[in-house]
Design a protein. Structure first.
Length: 259
């Protein structure tokens, strides 16, 4: 290490740097982190982290949940969604999502690929819909969700292989954790134009997802429905999701540039 680099390594982080480290601790998309976990990921002493986390929670940038853990707050999310890419895509998608919800009365979700996970940009949920673990701005694994499988199926080959060669976590007994079996599922998604999962992320639920394409036929997002596994009629849900995704794709290709 050079003298300059060594000096920088010994320089204590500024308050701004500490706050950024705290917020960056939530980048993996955890539902909630304890104060100890936040401080460990941010590389901060517990006392310092406690003070800064409390200030961020007081300002609405973080939220303290009933179990004592913290998650990204709505104030920070409202700032984040003003990013042109997410905001424009959500604006185009919402009318199609609302129409899909009115036709099915099931959970409707929109997700994009970010940092090797499915990032949920929007979700519509009815009072009688099956409970889901997704939340807006939350992230879930690609291999265990309908939108994730669509995004992974059309992802660059390098990223797809990276996911397939890494350990695949089991979220239920039905989660596909065998790389070769998952590889076959992704080939079916590309062949059929949609993905179906059954109790792979949450017991009791199933999902149908289809790709949303932009200019050049490039997949930029995935649209899905999550329903109760026992009562889901795939003969009705699959065409509904595919049709909605295709309608959204035409608008995205004409009016949105995600680059």
């Amino acid at each position: 290490m050079t003298a300059a680099k060594d000096a920088r390594a010994r320089t204590p982080p500024t308050v701004t740097g500490k706050v950024m480290a705290i917020l960056e601790a939530f980048a993996p998309g955890d539902i909630g982190l304890t104060l100890t976990e936040v401080c460990r990921r941010a590389g901060l002493p517990l006392a310092t982290g406690h003070r800064l986390v409390a200030e961020l929670a007081g300002g609405g940038f973080l939220e303290r949940q009933v179990d004592g853990t913290y998650r990204v707050g709505m104030r920070l999310w409202r700032i984040g969604v003003q990013a042109s890419v997410a905001s424009a895509l959500r604006e185009l998608a919402l009318p199609h999502m609302e129409e899909l919800y009115e036709g099915t009365h099931e959970n409707v979700q929109l997700a994009v690929l970010r940092d090797g996970k499915a990032l949920y940009l929007e979700r519509l949920r009815g009072s009688r819909s099956v409970p889901v673990v997704t939340r807006v701005a939350g992230e879930l694994p690609l291999h265990a969700t309908g939108v994730g499988k669509v995004l992974l199926a059309y992802a660059p080959a390098g990223l797809r292989e990276q996911v397939l060669t890494a350990p695949l976590s089991a979220h239920t007994p039905n989660t596909i954790t065998d790389p070769e079996r998952l590889r076959g599922c992704l080939a079916e998604v590309r062949r059929d134009g949609y993905a179906v999962t059954r109790e792979e992320m949450t017991l009791g639920s199933c999902s149908v997802a289809a790709p949303v394409r932009g200019s050049g036929h490039r997949v930029v997002a995935a649209l899905s429905i999550v329903a109760r596994n026992r009562s889901a009629d795939l003969r009705r849900l699959v065409p509904a999701v595919v049709t909605a995704a295709q309608a959204l794709s035409r608008e995205v290709a004409a009016h949105w540039d995600g680059d």
